[in-house]
Ligand binder design. Structure first.
Ligand code: UDX
Ligand code: UDX
Length: 470
């Protein structure tokens, strides 16, 4: 198609920034807008404000060349053919998504439009948002032939967002006009045709020229529902396996064996069947609540989602009780904690179960020494500054002289720890693993009392205290 496309991305958070550098990687000119001046200043220097694989390399490749960073939304609107809205849609107190940032951006865009623009919702939004955006345009006097609104949901996991973007399972474009479809197809052309995968310096991943990314074209409403329903389904899978893990724990079966058994059924699949301390992050908690709210609003009973949320909250409490039953009392006990991020591979602590649990332990009077490979700086901003809480430089420092070591985030490096060294430096060799990173048999061999999730408790025979407990 046509001349080089100019794409405006509004919001340079986890989603907007990754989208921006990846579109540049596909050969487009990108203007990345954010209202946060300090973030824009960092980005202009090529410094990534978040921890994300391949982001530093792509920023280095494209910042200030193919991608320009600015706070000027009006200027970006004037230059761009398509504008992707990727500002936050946080959860409001009643559970519905707070759309005020999207509203504000759409209004400002409307006031700057002088020729045709495609406005694309990239943020996760409730069904009907496209219609609201259209209404805002028209209220601001933009005639209908000067814009289309499309939905292009993202399915990016933090930590692997760049790879997920460039090697997607599917690209969903929700469009209600041929013109909108044509622009979005042109934007994603290198991934759909597979030409991107031929490039020598392409980001590696599972897709290749012979198996390019599939494009799914739907109505805008269907695309909006696809995003909410995908996240709600994945959250449901996690709550399902967590409930099954509680059954396993009660009868002394191993959830890892059970998950392997059920996941081997191709209809179920192995992914998102990892039991743990519950899901967190900026998407699942907020999107499950928002989808439940959407259903309620439309008079559809989706009680299943309330159960998903209930199980998720309970799972954290169960872990807390597990630690209590291993330590008996909390006050003054020293806990070594591995992990702050809501999952491994990211520095994001939004809705992290690890942060909630640390607060609960501090509240009970524990002394906590925590290590996370990437999230300490962000955690410092939300956890109370206290002499009872310290940030260790590595896992071993966190474990030193602790009454128990807790694993709260599934960082791959935790599974590689020197178990011999750990068992020597802990005050008591007790490991309570909220992510099932270790093999109970191996842990027993190294002399640990090991408690995982959905597994029979592994008491070391020399453990005089715990072996007698029920
Ligand atoms: C995104 C989506 O917005 C959310 O709907 C989806 O479910 C998850 O991902 P994320 O990229 O994680 O959110 O949000 P965040 O990191 O908060 O970034 C939003 C950015 O938008 C921030 O940098 C903020 O400064 C910027 N912003 C916000 C604006 O530029 N203008 C505004 O009016 C509001
Ligand atoms: C999610 C979706 O996967 C992505 O498609 C969407 O666009 C944004 O939201 P993300 O929030 O980055 O991505 O994390 P994800 O990898 O999905 O994990 C979410 C939470 O579920 C984490 O707390 C993780 O630890 C937990 N989880 C995940 C489990 O407890 N068990 C699992 O089997 C998988």
């Amino acid at each position: 198609m046509r001349e080089q496309l100019t794409i405006g991305i509004v919001g340079s958070g986890y989603v907007g920034l990754v989208t921006a550098v990846c579109f540049a990687e596909l050969g487009h000119r990108v203007i990345c807008v954010d209202s946060d001046e300090s973030k824009i200043a960092l980005l202009r220097q090529g410094i990534p404000p978040i921890h994300e694989e391949y982001l530093p390399q792509l920023l280095q490749r494209h910042a200030n060349h193919a991608v320009e960073f600015t706070t000027d939304l009006k200027g970006a609107t004037r230059q761009a053919h398509a504008l992707f809205i990727a500002v936050g849609t946080p959860q409001s107190q009643t559970g519905h998504a707070d759309m005020s940032y999207v509203d504000a951006v759409a209004s400002e865009v409307a006031r700057a439009i002088t020729d045709y623009k495609l406005i694309v919702e990239k943020s996760t939004v409730p069904v009907y948002t496209n219609e609201w955006i259209s209404r805002i345009m028209m209220r601001n006097g933009v005639p209908h032939e000067l814009f289309d609104v499309a939905s292009n949901p993202e399915f990016l996991r933090e930590g692997t967002a760049v790879m997920d973007f460039l090697h997607p399972d599917r690209i969903v474009i929700g469009v209600d006009s041929g013109r909108a479809a044509e622009i979005l197809q042109a934007i994603y052309e290198p991934l759909i045709s597979g030409s991107y995968y031929k490039k020598a310096d392409a980001v590696p991943g599972p897709r290749m020229t012979s198996e390019p990314a599939p494009l799914l074209e739907t109505s805008t409403k269907a695309a909006e529902i696809i995003k909410h329903a995908s996240n709600a389904f994945l959250a449901m899978k996690i709550s399902f396996i967590n409930t099954v893990s509680n059954i396993c724990e009660a009868v002394g079966a191993d959830i890892e064996q059970v998950a392997k058994g059920i996941g081997s059924d191709g209809r179920i699949g192995h992914k998102f069947l990892k039991a743990g301390i519950g899901y967190g992050g900026s998407c699942f908690p907020k999107d499950v609540a928002a989808f439940r709210y959407v259903a309620e609003h439309l008079g559809v009973d989706f009680g299943l989602l309330s159960e998903v949320e209930k199980v998720n909250a309970e799972q954290k409490k169960r872990f807390f009780q597990k630690v209590r039953s291993a330590l008996w009392t909390f006050r003054g006990k020293k806990l070594g904690v591995l992990g702050l991020a809501f999952k491994g591979g990211t520095d994001d602590i939004r809705e992290s179960p690890a942060i909630d649990l640390i607060r609960m332990f501090l509240h009970e009077g524990c002394v906590v020494s925590v290590y996370d490979p990437a999230a300490a700086e962000k955690a410092r901003q939300v956890l109370p500054a206290s002499k009872e809480l310290s940030y260790a430089k590595d896992s071993y420092e966190a474990a030193q002289d602790a009454d128990a070591l807790l694993v709260l985030t599934d960082w791959a490096e935790f599974a590689e720890l020197d178990l011999d060294r750990l068992s020597r430096i802990l005050r008591y060799p007790v490991v309570i693993d909220g992510r099932n990173l270790f093999d109970p048999a191996v842990m027993r061999k190294y002399g640990f009392t090991y408690l995982g999730v959905g597994r029979a408790a592994g008491m070391h025979e020399k453990d005089p205290v715990f072996a007698k407990l029920p």
